[in-house]
Design a protein around this ligand. Structure first.
Ligand SMILES: [Zn+2]
Length: 65
């Protein structure tokens, strides 16, 4: 038998302070959370591709065989 539980509805608002950053991919100044590095998902993916593109391609080829 399951333990009895009490359900409580909650709502949160997190206030995240914004900091000025410069995107290393497109050199755009943007505001983001303290740990933000890239201005957009597009730039984040571009950077990941620059770092790991060869691995990604190698894995792709492996998967295709
Ligand atoms: Zn960018």
């Amino acid at each position: 038998m399951e333990k009895p539980v009490k359900e409580v509805q909650m709502q949160f608002t997190r206030r995240v302070p914004l900091f000025e950053h410069v995107c290393p991919v497109c050199d755009t100044t943007f505001q983001g959370a303290k740990i933000a590095v890239y201005c957009s998902v597009k730039c984040r993916k571009a950077a990941a591709w620059q770092r790991h593109g060869k691995e990604y391609n190698a894995n792709r080829k492996k998967g295709a065989e």
